[in-house]
Design a protein around this ligand. Sequence first.
Ligand code: NAP
Length: 315
Amino acid sequence: MAIVGAGRVGCALGRRLREKGWRIGPVITRSMRTARAARRRIGTGQPQAGLSDAVLAADLILIATPDRAIAETAETLARILPARRSAAQGDDKDNRSGSARQTRGPRKSGGKAWRGKIALHTSGALGSDVLRPLALRGAAIGSLHPLQTFSGRNTPSLAGCACAIEGSTAALPMARRICRELGGVPVVLPQRRKAAYHAAAALAAGHVLAVIEAAVHILVTVGFPRKRAVRALLPLTRQTLANYERLGARAAWTGPLNRGDFSVIERHLEALRRFPREYREAYDALSRLGVNVLANGSSSKKRQLEQALTRISTD
Ligand SMILES: NC(=O)c1ccc[n+]([C@@H]2O[C@H](COP(=O)([O-])OP(=O)(O)OC[C@H]3O[C@@H](n4cnc5c(N)ncnc54)[C@H](OP(=O)(O)O)[C@@H]3O)[C@@H](O)[C@H]2O)c1
């Protein structure tokens, strides 16, 4: 396989697959420095700066560039033609220069070069249709999104993690196979649902950090040293998550909204006036999200809680 875009996800998946015995060929980033670093993290592969026909040696091309670069990457890949034999046999200088051997328009030989290959990207929000230029060349296209966070500082386990997969008939089995190989649980998701699916992932990952960081900032403002603020809040969050896992959202929810203590919520909102506007707005928006949990399916309870929140949150 070739890895195009060997950053946090490309390296982590490459490393895990190498450990499982997969053969990794080209490891492609935008510079030789990052490509070599990627090879070190993966533990194998041929580092390469920029796209070249070397990718055509692989049967599977894993595209793990940032979402905004996937369409352009697919277009560039689709323009790559097999080099003549002498050039294809490892002209390392070309790899170092990062020049992509490409043509501007479609050519028949390029179509043949891509036939039978599988290209998968790892975006959670985009469907495989973004790889259409490769499909037009004859490649099978799909996507494989591991529902895990990759910080680049470690290689997180994917055991038990859901992997959203979709793609053409020929690509889907490969996406499923990679997911299972990594210990993940494949979930077939139509591409029209991916944006909403990924919004959920963003809420459960990065947005959780935004909330905790806001809480830390508030504690710092009332006098906690930052480290102590983090240490004070993490046990609270951990226990809440543990309760959520064991008991569910309704039973795990504590706090004034659960108790119907609207005067306390009013005091919170008043105190948050001393912070940037988004603190108060986020608190209010999250309380309204919380209503969905606390109303427990009762529309009259939901209306009642919403009305109470509207009364106290009006500027
Ligand atoms: N990070 C996560 O937690 C996570 C989880 C699941 C899925 N994903 C998805 O996985 C994909 C990659 O995310 P990531 O976090 O691994 O990104 P990343 O760490 O920023 O790595 C991106 C890689 O693509 C290369 N690249 C950047 N811009 C490029 C461009 N314009 N053209 C060609 N290559 C380019 C980078 O090269 P250089 O190294 O030379 O800059 C780097 O190797 C995204 O679709 C993302 O949504 C991410």
